[in-house]
Design a protein around this ligand. Structure first.
Ligand code: SF4
Length: 707
């Protein structure tokens, strides 16, 4: 009984899992977390989900890396391998930090000096702190000399950010999740928050219980639909048809906010022109929602005193992800449902620090605070700030980097806390790219599938073992505090980045407690106006401050765009969207649609949650969910092994019946290395956000297979 154990100390921090950013208190005894309680943080008010409450014993798992590792000369590298962290010594030998860091810097430096800076790339992490993200991108830009730096935002909300920057001038949310309390209508689309943002889902459920009209639109009928006023189980891939039909209705029925459109927006005429072919009656057979239902939800959304739109990966992970988000932005602008409490836009961020890592410049086209690398003013500012000549061209994105690794343009990579061998679309191709590198340096806490292919593995710190700030989906910059000592010779990530940077000629001198974290943060504040008013001391004292916060007396803005938009002319811009079909549609050979995603208990590639005993006990094996009638048609029963194959690979896993899944569709979480869903997925990209179509590809399913 965890409550019976008397802790040595308590430490206040933030949950390391999803973007909700729940504040919590670790109870620690003998360097172990024996219990976790929710704190009264602004995003959670003492609530935690199963991951935040029970998902921490991964830090003590015997698979933790405790020594630097160097690949043995005779250990083969190839894309097909069986993951067995217990057999690491067949592939690697232990090394000292000096030897490992020297070898890593030598390998990366050799690629830079012989093939040029753009033969290098780095993947940072949305699981680390803001300071780590900032320092990592600074190393890639100044030490490697390239903008080839990215992270999992490219697999997540990059298309939403592209549409938001273009439309409203800011890639972050306009209102916080808890603002649903003030909304009369909540339009939730392409999101399964009870699994992926569980505490955020509780605010939505509370609002629905208190009378808000909750509209849930998703091809899968998921748990939160039980609380919905209207559920729109539209056909997968038809988001633009559905949303444009709503736009058409609002125009046709004169439900627009003309004053808002006139004074705060531009390009409305283009939206009007574009909408002409999208009447609900025409779109109903395409999206599978009756015309009158489309009209009903459009009216409710447009005419309420406050309407909030929240969305997830179901919107963003399509070749038309940016178009999907453009339509959502248009809905808010044409109705004036933005810029006030209970009215706004909220792309629900996935990982605990994907917002902060993007803000800190861990993306190939932007310096910190979304200053474009190809903007001469921003370039000159950062060249002075970092005292280095910088590359003026945007770098490659995640999938582009893997393509470049496969064809030999990228020869060296530094990967900190990401697992592209599991998370990237068409995982076999990604693994081929990683295996082909001359030098792969992986910094992580476990020997992940990516680390299996590394030349040098650097043992890093888990979230409860370090101090740093993270930024949640609500734009709250929050303080995480160190509760535990690191195991063996593992080191703080900030220390490792700096050691490597200095071996590559950066000459950094960050010092102070926790590898100089406060000093790095102070530098970030100078580079990023949005957090200029949030001092380290303020963060230590208040634990959470919302940006934009430009002066030290600024309380921070929870609702933005109240007066104008952060665009050149202060106006938001309508960008119309047409229907673009999925890149790979079902056909006679591959008749099912594959949708990938997450589960409540497992987080992303599973490297942490599958090593958390309670979470893994609840969901111990890979499952594929299908409609019961489809299972019947396959001659399979729940629990039977089935094989799912696409044009890129096949996996075998257990079948689960779920009548919320549409017919001829299969849903597979991507957390299971033994049945990696991304072996099947399609790497086709959205042209603007460069995000892959992880929510839609063609597969075939049959009973049987070998687990
Ligand atoms: Fe952690 Fe997210 Fe769960 Fe909160 S909702 S406890 S942040 S995983």
């Amino acid at each position: 009984n965890a409550y019976a154990i008397k802790a040595d100390k308590t430490v206040d921090s933030v949950c390391p899992y999803c973007g909700v950013g729940c504040q919590l208190t670790y109870h620690v005894k003998d360097n172990e977390i024996v219990r976790v309680d929710g704190r009264d943080g602004p995003a959670n008010h003492e609530r935690l989900c199963v991951k935040g409450r029970y998902g921490f014993d991964y830090v003590k798992h015997p698979h933790r890396l405790t020594k630097p590792l160097i690949r043995k000369a005779d250990a083969p590298k190839h894309a097909e391998f069986t993951v067995d962290p217990d057999k690491w010594s067949e592939i690697f030998r232990e090394a000292t930090w000096e030897e490992a860091l020297d070898l890593a810097a030598k390998g990366l430096g050799k690629v830079r000096d012989t093939m040029g800076p753009n033969a290098l790339a780095g993947f940072g992490s949305a699981k680390g702190s803001n300071e780590e993200a900032y320092l990592f991108q600074k190393l890639v830009r100044t030490g490697f000399g390239t903008n080839n730096v990215d992270h999992c935002t490219r697999l997540c909300h990059a298309s939403s950010v592209a549409a938001l920057l273009e439309g409203v001038g800011s890639g972050a949310v306009s209102n916080q999740v808890s603002d649903v309390e003030f909304a009369e209508v909540i339009f939730l689309i392409g999101s399964n928050p009870t699994a992926n943002h569980p505490v955020a889902a509780t605010w939505i459920k509370n609002a629905a219980r208190n009378g808000a009209k909750l509209i849930v639109a998703d091809p899968r009928r998921n748990d939160i639909a039980r609380h919905a006023w209207r559920t729109l189980q539209f056909k997968a891939d038809t988001d633009v048809a559905l949303l444009n039909a709503m736009i058409y209705t609002i125009l046709e029925e004169n439900l627009c906010d003309q004053e808002f459109i006139r004074t705060r927006t531009s390009n409305f005429q283009a939206l009007k022109e574009n909408s002409k072919g999208f009447s609900p009656e025409t779109m109903a057979p395409i999206c599978g929602i009756p015309a009158e239902t489309i009209r009903e939800v459009a009216r409710a959304y447009a005419t309420s005193k406050g309407s909030m739109i929240l969305w997830g990966m179901g919107i963003s992970q399509h070749v038309h992800g940016t178009d999907n988000a453009r339509c959502l932005i248009a809905l808010t602008l044409m109705t004036g449902q933005i810029g006030k409490p209970g009215s706004g836009l909220h792309p629900l961020r996935g990982q605990n620090n994907v917002q902060g890592a993007s803000d800190a410049g861990l993306i190939p086209m932007m310096f910190p605070d979304y200053q474009r690398v190809d903007n001469p003013e921003a370039l000159s500012r950062f060249e002075k700030f970092w005292n280095r000549k910088l590359d003026p061209k945007p770098g490659l994105t995640v999938v582009e980097i893997m393509d470049a690794a496969c064809d030999g343009r990228i020869k060296g990579m530094y990967v900190m806390g990401e697992n592209p061998a599991m998370s990237d679309p068409n995982a076999h191709h990604a693994r081929e790219g990683l295996a082909a590198l001359d030098c792969l340096v992986v910094q992580d806490i476990f020997l992940t599938e990516t680390a299996y292919l590394a030349d040098i593995v650097l043992p890093a710190s888990a979230w409860p073992e370090k101090t740093g700030s993270v930024t949640n989906t609500d734009r709250m910059v929050q303080m995480g505090r160190r509760a535990l000592d690191m195991p063996g010779d593992a080191r703080q990530d900030l220390w490792i980045i700096q050691q490597l940077a200095n071996r590559l000629g950066c000459g950094w001198t960050y010092t102070g407690p926790e590898s100089g974290v406060a000093q790095v943060y102070d530098e970030m504040r100078l580079a990023m106006n949005s957090i200029g008013g949030i001092t380290w001391e303020r963060l230590e004292e208040q634990s959470s401050v919302t940006y934009p916060c430009r002066t030290e007396h600024d309380p921070g803005q929870s609702v933005v765009f109240t007066e104008d938009f952060p665009t050149k002319d202060g106006r938001a811009k309508f960008v119309p969207a047409d229907i673009i079909p999925a890149n790979e549609r079902p056909d006679g050979e591959y008749p099912f649609v594959l949708i990938t995603g997450r589960q409540l208990e497992h987080w992303h590639t599973g490297s942490m949650t599958r090593r958390a005993s309670v979470l893994d006990a609840i969901e111990p094996r890979a499952v594929a969910s299908l409609h019961p009638l489809d299972l019947d048609a396959l001659g399979a029963r729940p629990g039977d092994t089935i094989t799912v194959a696409s044009r890129r690979g096949e996996i075998a896993l257990a079948a689960r019946a779920d009548d919320g899944i549409p017919r001829q569709t299969v849903f597979i979480p991507f957390a299971y290395y033994e049945a990696a869903a991304n072996r099947l997925t399609n790497p086709a990209l959205d042209p603007f956000g460069k995000i892959a179509e992880l929510k839609y590809c063609a597969v075939k399913v049959k009973k049987g297979g070998t687990l």
